[in-house]
Design a protein. Structure first.
Length: 614
């Protein structure tokens, strides 16, 4: 096939009617042609290779190398018959540093002996129209499949009038023919869920075997920073690419190709989620029950060791205790806040983060901590950087807390690169999905705690899935409340994006009994006429969110949280760097969760306070 294609392209140079004599002379002198391919992404999918993976990059490189070698040998054979291109200087053509100098030795020997018909032979073109019109909508050129089902926006020729045409991807159509309409199509990676790095990986693998250039579009999220955007071009240059095209759809001009999900969303108006960032696109995944796979949903009764960081903050002085346990290596176990001056809300973040630690998933922990470190609030302060000892300004109390936790987890090797991240893989969207100008559906409720002065609006952003189910994917507060609760909402928003809703339900159940000293208040039970006492604002917010999930049918009949239903609020132990006990009740004297029953009396392990006996 390749020799025939090279002969056809070479013959085309002779029959082309050139507009200018200079163009004809240039074409005849070098006889450049551009042989490429289409359907690469479809071939990968049919072989079970996900586009953008290391294995797919190796496959693309092998295919392109075979194409190069076959094309160059075909051009040598043409040179035997018709002569080499007029400007050929064999020594300069094969000298060190040229593309031809990297050819296999037997091809270079053939060029030295017979010459070569064409100075350049390979170019990966877009082939969009060819793929659609003549190749059953196979993937075009080197591009990934745009989407399983595409809506093509075509000008009709009548002024600005356009018409939408639908087209199934070729590999997807073949898959359904072979395995049925419900076949698993997850191996067909699409441009909508590829990262910038995965786009570049394929191009970098192929460019060493292309003597001209590659035409390929890299989809870039609309909210990419200038630094990230410029890095794309730097990475491309370092990878040997001669050029690169980036594309960001916008609401003004729209897009030539529209995914099925985008078209449906635009048609029924149920949601207005932007899809211009692969990390924000929604893809509900069939994941195992992550709660059942969690080794320790509650704190285990193990011997733990850790470090204590003392924090001096305008809102109160306190300590951050980070514990681990050892079993061949150090495993993160828990983090808690100690001290009766600890700012409100921080203990709830620590409790939620302790559960994440016991997933033993470093990438998931790093995602949570990065979100907390980026929290900006009006409670910023100066503290000593645990890594350098220098005095630094933290953008918020939450950020300072997260920096301390991250430092300790880095020390024990709990963060960083890992081969597999079950929790991150279970997210249906790595970053919070963004809405367009039409907005999104949601749910709101007013929360007021007279005991603490909290008075705010609790809001969830929600999306409607193709099966009609509504899922909350983000939660926010607006009004008067402790700034640390912004951090708690951030980590809960990430939990909401785990495909299995039982995960966030489990986290909320643990927070539904979170207590604060003098923070309990009377509030209406969600969905009922009666009132009851809730131990804190955090506990009531957790109960409200559980009620919302139950109303949406996400809890499969699970009961709503009630005071006393959940496990002890936070796994707090003695604030010391030695083996510690498990969690207890909150001490009314020092505020730590260290109140245990000893000889019939409640005794605080931290301050020695003795409570009720009996």
């Amino acid at each position: 096939m390749v020799p025939g294609a090279v002969r056809m392209l070479d013959r085309t140079l002779d029959v082309t009617i050139w507009p200018l004599e200079q163009q004809k002379a240039e074409a005849q002198a070098k006889r450049r042609v551009g042989l490429g391919y289409l359907g690469l992404a479809n071939a990968m999918a049919m072989l079970g290779l996900r586009y953008g993976s290391e294995a797919s990059a190796e496959f693309a490189a092998n295919v392109t190398r075979e194409l190069r070698d076959a094309a160059y040998m075909a051009s040598v054979e043409l040179a035997k018959e018709l002569g080499p291109f007029p400007k050929l200087d064999v020594e300069k053509y094969l000298q060190e540093g040229t593309f031809a100098s990297k050819l296999p030795e037997h091809i270079k020997d053939a060029i030295r002996k017979h010459g070569i018909r064409n100075s350049h032979l390979l170019s990966i073109a877009p082939t969009g129209t060819i793929s659609l019109g003549f190749a059953d909508n196979a993937s075009s050129g080197i591009e990934p499949t745009f989407d399983l089902k595409q809506y093509r926006n075509v000008r009709t020729g009548k002024g600005e009038e356009r018409k939408m045409w639908t087209a199934d991807d070729h590999a997807y159509r073949v898959l359904k023919m072979v395995k049925g309409e419900d076949a698993d199509a997850s191996v067909i990676a699409t441009a909508l869920n590829l990262s910038v790095e995965e786009h570049l990986r394929i191009m970098k693998a192929v460019i060493p075997y292309i003597d001209s250039a590659i035409s390929k579009t890299v989809n870039v999220p609309a909210d990419y920073s200038f630094e990230d955007f410029s890095r794309i071009y730097l990475d491309a240059w370092k990878g040997g690419l001669k050029g690169i095209t980036t594309y960001r759809p916008n609401d003004i001009t729209g897009a030539v190709l529209v995914s099925e999900a985008e078209a449906k969303a635009a048609g029924n108006g149920t949601r207005d989620l932007r899809t211009d960032d692969p990390d924000r696109r929604v893809e509900i995944k069939d994941v195992p029950n992550v709660v059942e796979n969690l080794r320790w949903p509650s704190r285990p009764d193990v011997v733990a060791e850790g470090v204590t960081y003392t924090v001096r903050h305008p809102h109160g002085n306190f300590a951050v205790v980070v514990n681990h346990w050892e079993n061949g290596r150090k495993h993160p176990l828990e983090v808690y806040i100690a001290g009766n001056e600890a700012p409100r809300g921080l203990g709830a973040i620590a409790k939620a983060l302790s559960v994440d630690m016991r997933t033993d998933d470093g990438a998931f922990l790093e995602m949570k901590l990065a979100s907390l470190i980026n929290t900006v609030a009006d409670d910023g302060f100066e503290m000593n950087d645990p890594a350098t000892g220098k005095r630094v300004l933290m953008p918020s109390l939450t950020a300072g807390f997260a920096v301390l936790v991250k430092h300790r987890l880095t020390q024990i090797g709990a963060l960083g690169e890992q081969e597999h991240s079950p929790m991150v893989d279970a997210l249906f969207s790595r970053k919070e999905p963004k809405t367009g100008p039409a907005g999104a559906i949601g749910w709101q409720v007013d929360v007021s705690n007279p005991a603490t002065g909290d008075d705010f609006l609790l809001t969830t952003k929600e999306l409607k899935l193709p099966n009609g189910q509504v899922r909350p994917y983000s939660v926010w507060l607006s009004g008067r409340y402790p700034a640390a609760l912004n951090g708690l909402m951030k980590v809960l928003s990430i939990d909401m994006r785990v495909s299995d809703p039982k995960w966030v339900a489990m986290k909320l159940q643990k927070l539904a009994n979170f207590g604060e000293v003098r923070g309990d208040f009377l509030a209406q039970v969600p969905g009922e006429a009666k009132q009851m006492n809730y131990p804190s604002t955090v506990a009531y917010v957790a109960t409200l969110l559980l009620a919302r999930m139950k109303a949406l049918g996400l809890l499969e009949g699970a009961p709503l949280a009630r005071s006393g239903d959940a496990q002890p609020v936070v796994e707090v132990t003695e604030a010391a760097n030695r083996p510690v006990r498990g969690g207890g009740k909150q001490c009314p004297e020092c505020g730590s969760m260290s109140l245990h029953k000893v000889d019939g009396c409640e005794r605080c392990d931290a301050c020695g306070h003795i409570g009720s006996c009996g």
